[in-house]
Design a protein around this ligand. Structure first.
Ligand code: AMP
Ligand code: MG
Length: 427
């Protein structure tokens, strides 16, 4: 069936106003965002996963001097005979951190340990195992050798003045090591985005309160807290706000005054008690989108004052899926100024999945290493947007784009990991 023939709202068409494909919505969001200005100077240890504010050029050569890659004997390559061998006189010994005073002359060699600077005059190291002692201070090289072997050259890893890391780069553990190897102990990083978040709904109770009939615990604030922590942003938890225009107005205004981004859950569908929409229209510039996706159809996005606003759906699964599709990439962009596509992987699907073309579906999956060395994925079972255990048991979203018409067992699909891809998950 052609989706545009259908009167059903779940099969709406992306040409209708306010109806967007997932990729269109993601692009429209990035286009309207401006990464916050502001730079902090941080000690290297505190800079993990922070985005560099400037390019880093190497202040020095790494390694700083030519040094030995082996335990063995340093010598002059010119002393190697036609056959690649030589007999040499031992004139000294050199450990890492020591320097050889003097020069190693023709016909001479110096015992050298890995990492020790090359003695003046030497350009070659022959490893210990390829030598033998043939008399007092006499060494014979075994096998064929070439001038220059087993030497690490100054600047071979990083040359002085060379670009090392560029601005916007999120620092990894290896990056911290690379910067330390250059003697750089402090870096300038971009300020982290400040994200204020709250839940809306009269039925929501905070942990510690008792539930009356019809009440539910506010779980979204906890899953959002976890997702925001993983995004490494500054968090401002504003609690639960009632479905009441005055309370919502106050909460949005307070949040806009302190945050770069506001994330709320609930109240974006057209429910009786959902005043969110009218309050948002009054306070900011808003889009109310129907995204061709499941779960998570309604999404509002816009600005309140200087803050970007994401109004996520209330359903506990929908809130997480829409966060992963829209908020997480937006926060990465705000943190680094770089647009990064989420990592997706190819996996063989063990289950049949029914689906009609028209919208992007995100069934939750459990992905594991397969016997053939690839990945296999199975669904977590029931996929209702209130079944939060599907997110907890799963470690990936199975990506079934708009045009997909269902999956047969054994077919390959793409997945988007959101949890560890180790075995033993789903317990
Ligand atoms: P809404 O989008 O406000 O109409 O909410 C849709 C569904 O999600 C309703 O069943 C709500 O009770 C539920 N819901 C909304 N917000 C939360 C929340 N913070 N925690 C748990 N469930 C919620
Ligand atoms: Mg609600």
């Amino acid at each position: 069936m052609n989706p545009s023939d259908s009167p059903s709202p779940s099969c709406a068409d992306a040409t209708e106003p306010g109806v967007l494909r997932v990729a269109q919505a993601r692009a429209a969001i990035i286009e309207q965002l401006t990464p916050p200005r502001g730079v902090e100077r941080l000690a290297l240890r505190d800079a993990l996963d922070r985005a560099l504010a400037t390019d880093i050029l190497s202040p020095s050569d790494v390694p700083g001097h030519d040094n030995s890659a082996m335990d063995g004997y340093a010598l002059r390559g010119a002393d190697l005979g036609e056959d690649g061998g030589a007999r040499l006189r031992l004139v000294g010994e050199l450990h890492a951190g020591q320097r050889f005073e003097g020069v190693c002359g023709a016909g001479e060699c110096v015992r050298i340990m890995t990492g020790a600077p090359m003695p003046r005059g030497c350009d070659t190291v022959v490893m210990q195992e390829q030598t033998r002692v043939i008399g007092e201070n006499r060494i014979e090289l075994l096998g064929r050798h070439r001038p220059g072997e087993n030497v690490r050259h100054a600047g071979e890893d990083i040359a002085r003045g060379a670009p090392v890391l560029s601005q916007g780069r999120r620092l990894t553990p290896a990056d911290l090591g690379v910067l330390a190897s250059l003697g750089i102990g402090e870096v300038s990083v971009r300020r982290r985005p400040r994200v204020a978040f709250f839940s809306t709904g009269d039925e929501l109770r905070s942990l510690g309160e008792t539930l009356d009939e019809g009440d539910v615990y506010d779980s979204n604030r906890y899953s959002l807290h976890g997702l925001l922590r993983q995004a490494n942003v500054e968090l401002l938890d504003l609690g639960v706000v009632r479905d009441d225009p005055a309370a919502l107005r106050a909460a949005f205004s307070d949040a806009a005054a302190i945050a770069d981004v506001i994330v709320t859950s609930g109240g974006v569908s057209v429910g009786e008690a959902d005043y969110t929409r009218s309050v948002l229209e009054e306070l900011g510039r808003m889009n109310f989108w129907k995204i061709l996706m499941k779960p998570g159809r309604p999404l509002s996005f816009g600005r309140i004052g200087e803050a970007a606003f994401f109004g996520l759906p209330g359903n506990p699964v929908a809130v997480m899926v829409t966060f992963l599709q829209f908020v997480a990439p937006a926060l990465r962009y705000l943190a680094s100024g770089r647009v990064e596509q989420p990592l997706t992987l190819r996996a063989r699907c063990g289950d049949a999945i029914r689906k009609r073309p028209g919208r992007f579906e995100f069934p939750r999956g459990i992905c594991r290493p397969a016997a053939d060395g690839g990945l296999e994925v199975t669904t977590t079972g029931r996929q209702g947007s209130g079944i939060l255990t599907s997110m907890s048991r799963g470690n990936c979203l199975i990506l079934l784009p708009e045009d997909n018409a269902g999956v047969a067992p054994g077919e390959f699909v793409r997945i988007q990991p959101f949890g560890p891809l180790s075995s033993g998950l789903g317990d």
